[in-house]
Unconditional design. Structure first.
Length: 668
């Protein structure tokens, strides 16, 4: 049926839909209707005579794929089952089911999930004998799986990935490379592929077999890619191979929302697209239908500081609304309680909690907020992962504190002992039995006669544990829960995380934040009591929320991309937190942090609260004056001046913020 392009699309969108053949780049700003534009273009191509089965539509999520296909079917008023539409991985699977035999796999190959992959890597490590007779803790499958995936996604060698992102593994880079090769062989023997293999082997078929490359490059008459700024080098290479015959490639994305570099995404793919495709037509979608003009003014000002970008200014299609607010709290606890009270107030005024979200840079920044919301009786759901106290690494830290506080806590002993190198289930039983016999005198673990009953590797770990306990029980240390957490993390647990989890850095950040929070307590007893009471009270992200109940969403900015709410609270806007200090040390990091802020701000439709603090705790637990986030300075168009003279930055910022129309400022 004919499409009503005149009444359904704006002029910018119509130009994209009606564009002819050849490479097309669509820079689609936040809230500009890119999904509508992309689906109308697919429907227009079909109406123009392009066979459905010769169109390839690549997305990044199953939800996006279902939504787009459903919209196209609605527009065409018929089924389009033959469309090659879906996520990169689902299309790769479809392709490999036809041709995997060329690579030595059967068409009935099994797709391994993350747990399967981790267990298989661990099996390869055991079979190769790595770590058995060494005092060094060899990394586990959970840690190596992400490393292998990053190598496949970026096309870099394992050694290069280790050098740039996993420096602690530098001394065993060769062994890790052997494990990766052994893992690949084992998967082939089992006729199995993991998720990373789907893309790797899809590209291999297109690059190693000329007949397949020619066949599919000529078969697909049009290729469309959504969220192109999120492609990694492997995905971009696959698309380039498939588009090499005809060049009818439409890519849609927003360089200002490229925030997944840690997954291997490379913003340069979209930035350099016009250079790779010389005859490229470039279109901009700048009309924003989501946010008020005031919210867009804040967002445009900040993203304008990025150098590597397609310059654009979003234009609001809505009337003027509420002016954004900068909330300057005294400290993290006051910030959290203000957010909780404000959410409750907005709910009393008739606004649904379901239409509110609190966004933060990293998951651990939600710790104080989770506690404050529970204390205020405001229902919430955590979308950035498990609730803080449900995370394994937080439970490990609390178990360490429980052992210090109550040496007879056998459950806590049983949790922390296996974290030490060389201590397995059998050794745990021996240690616990010995502690019981010695009336839980931890110094009895250092008995030379008893130590001979366990392995040499376990012996060293037990002696190390005794030294840690001695340091923790020094009176000045024992009275500060934050110091006790840092002793555990910095001396042993950080090594365990690095070798056990692919997100070890994130978990470490959580613990550093947890230690800073704990330092506000004057006694271990009070801290443990509060933490254990909170553990049972705070709802889990896994809990089912009845449809008629309301709950405010807590999420990292990364998890919030693509979503929107009436009201958004952006948390912890101070230098070192947002932007995050580790990212600022990386090449391209400052610009990606700015894109993260842009994504956070443009999630808001009606109300935007930018929360900052006057005081913060250092990584050592000491209270210090906080520097307002550079993004707040940039809203004032004053960051370059601030960099020239940063002394007294908080006072300078507050003085300038009091006399400008861009946002209201309030102190709590």
């Amino acid at each position: 049926m004919p499409l009503d392009l005149e009444n359904s699309l704006n002029e910018e969108q119509r130009q994209v839909v009606l564009a002819g053949d050849g490479p097309i780049l669509v820079i689609a700003g936040a809230g500009s209707g890119k999904t509508r534009t992309l689906t109308y273009r697919v429907a227009h191509l079909v109406n123009s005579g392009v066979p459905v089965e010769r169109i390839l539509l690549c997305t990044f999520t199953n939800k996006a794929a279902r939504e787009m296909v459903g919209r196209v079917e609605f527009l065409l008023e018929r089924s389009i089952d033959h469309l090659w539409g879906g996520t990169f991985h689902s299309i790769a699977n479809r392709f490999l089911r036809r041709h995997a035999e060329r690579l030595g796999f059967g068409q009935n190959f099994t797709i391994l999930d993350r747990d399967d992959s981790n267990h298989l890597i661990d099996s390869v490590i055991r079979d190769m004998g790595y770590g058995k007779n060494s005092t060094y803790r060899f990394p586990k499958g959970k840690a190596l799986g992400g490393l292998f995936g990053l190598a496949h996604a970026t096309g870099e060698s394992v050694e290069s990935i280790i050098f740039h992102s996993f420096e602690k593994f530098a001394g065993i880079a060769d062994e890790i490379g052997e494990v990766m090769r052994g893992y690949d062989l084992r998967k082939q023997e089992l006729n199995g592929m993991d998720f990373d293999d789907l893309l790797k082997y899809w590209y291999k078929l297109l690059s190693d077999f000329d007949d397949l490359h020619e066949r599919y490059a000529n078969y697909f008459q049009h290729i469309l890619v959504d969220e192109y700024q999120d492609t990694n080098p492997l995905q971009a290479a696959i698309i380039d191979r498939l588009a090499s015959a005809h060049g009818n490639l439409t890519v849609v994305g927003d360089d200002a929302q490229s925030i997944y570099r840690f997954r291997g995404a490379d913003c340069r793919h979209i930035l350099e697209f016009p250079h790779r495709y010389k005859k490229c037509q470039t279109f901009y979608l700048r009309n924003n239908y989501r946010s008020t003009p005031q919210i867009l003014d804040v967002s445009n000002r900040v993203i304008g500081y990025n150098i590597n970008q397609f310059p654009k200014k979003l234009e609001a299609m809505r009337d003027l609304g509420v002016t954004p607010e900068v909330v300057m709290a005294e400290d993290a606890i006051r910030e959290a309680h203000w957010v909780a009270k404000k959410a409750a107030q907005l709910q009393r005024e008739g606004r649904s909690l379901n239409d509110m979200a609190v966004l933060y840079r990293i998951h651990s920044h939600s710790l104080e907020l989770q506690i404050a919301l529970q204390q205020q009786g405001v229902p919430f759901v955590v979308r950035s992962g498990l609730r803080f106290f449900d995370q394994a690494h937080v439970k490990d830290v609390i178990a360490w504190l429980r052992v210090l506080f109550n040496p007879k806590d056998l459950l806590a002993w049983s949790r922390i002992l296996p974290l030490f190198n060389g201590i397995g289930p059998a050794t745990v039983k021996k240690i616990v039995r010995h502690l019981e016999e010695e009336e839980f005198d931890y110094q009895a673990l250092d008995n030379k006669v008893w130590l001979k009953k366990i392995s040499s590797k376990a012996r060293k770990s037990v002696q190390w544990l005794v030294r840690m306990l001695e340091e923790a029980l020094i009176p000045d240390n024992f009275k500060n829960p934050g110091t006790l957490i840092r002793i555990f993390f910095e001396q042993e647990y950080n090594d365990y995380l690095t070798n056990s989890f692919q997100d070890a850095v994130k978990r470490g950040e959580d613990i550093v934040e947890f230690a800073a929070f704990a330092s506000s307590y004057k006694s271990l007893s009070r801290f443990l009591t509060d933490m254990m009471l909170q553990t049972d009270a705070i709802p889990s992200s896994e809990d089912e929320v009845p449809a008629d109940d309301e709950a405010i969403v807590l999420s990292t900015v990364h998890q919030a991309k693509g979503l929107e709410w009436d009201t958004v609270f952006c948390l912890n806007l101070i230098e070192g937190s947002f932007p995050f200090f580790l990212a600022l040390q990386e090449e391209g990091g400052p610009e990606e942090e700015r894109r993260l802020f842009y994504v956070a701000a443009t999630r808001a439709k009606d109300r935007l609260f930018l929360c900052s603090r006057q005081m913060t705790q250092s990584r050592g637990g000491l209270l210090r004056t906080a520097d307002p986030s550079r993004f707040l300075w940039e809203i004032l168009q004053d960051y370059e001046e601030y960099k020239k003279s940063p002394s007294g930055s908080l006072a300078q910022f507050l003085l300038k913020a009091e006399h400008q129309p861009l946002f209201h400022i309030q102190y709590v």
